[in-house]
Ligand binder design. Structure first.
Ligand SMILES: [Mg+2]
Length: 222
């Protein structure tokens, strides 16, 4: 990180710019129900595991999280797999902006070049961008391709830097995940802005922390 103002702002998509109206807890309850498995963990366990697991697909990610939780609790891994498969991926065309995100994109876009850095796949994330009508706000978008890197792999950021034609010290990255966004940005030498979503101790420690996307109207790095 240097002291010069960045030219380029990278942004995560899920739970940074947009979210689903139906909560993860609701979808998890539905999944237990349709798998016919007595609920043996909650969304807090799911989030705790999500913070430590990577996978190429959302199904694989859920399978790893849920079987990990089952293992912790001496439960049948087959039950965990059944719940992982019954869990319905949210409909990308129902996403909504997080508070302040739409106007933050407007404000930032007038002053910086913007790029999207998301762990979602191209098809799903493109559908969300179309729903929100913001695809043209970004000069580059890095998705997760099958078998390709996911944040916090610095390759995800390196690809975006190269697509934007800038060096790491010219960019800042804004995201909600300490593991994927903050650690990933740091691994690529990019300054981090963490959208704080819990009062957990921030590890790794972000360069900047914001409470809401409204805070980006006065960028913390400027
Ligand atoms: Mg996110």
């Amino acid at each position: 990180m240097n002291d010069a103002e960045p030219s380029t702002v990278f942004l995560d998509l899920d739970d940074t710019i947009c979210e689903h109206p139906r909560s993860t807890a609701d979808r998890l309850a539905d999944a237990f129900d349709s798998a016919g498995v007595e609920p043996f963990f909650d969304v807090g366990d799911f989030r705790r595991w999500l913070a430590n697991v990577s996978a190429d697909t959302t199904l694989e990610l859920r399978e790893r999280c849920f079987t990990g939780i089952a293992d912790e609790q001496n439960r049948d891994p087959d039950d965990a797999l059944a719940v992982a498969r019954a869990y319905e991926d949210p409909d990308p065309t129902t996403v909504e902006f997080l508070p302040g995100a739409e106007s933050a994109l407007e404000t930032l876009g007038a002053r910086y070049d913007l790029a999207l850095v998301t762990n979602g796949d191209r098809e799903t994330q493109t559908a969300k961008l179309a729903t929100l009508d913001i695809a043209d706000r970004f000069d580059a978008a890095t998705f997760t391709e099958p078998g390709g890197p996911v944040k916090p792999d610095p390759d995800h950021f390196h690809r975006t830097l190269s697509a934007m034609g800038v060096s790491a010290d010219e960019a800042v990255h804004v995201g909600n995940s300490l593991r994927a966004d903050v650690a990933g940005a740091h691994a690529a030498g990019v300054a981090s802005v963490w959208l704080e979503q819990s009062s957990a101790t921030a590890d790794p420690s972000p360069h900047y922390t914001i409470d809401s996307m409204h805070d980006l109207h006065e960028p913390p790095w400027a």
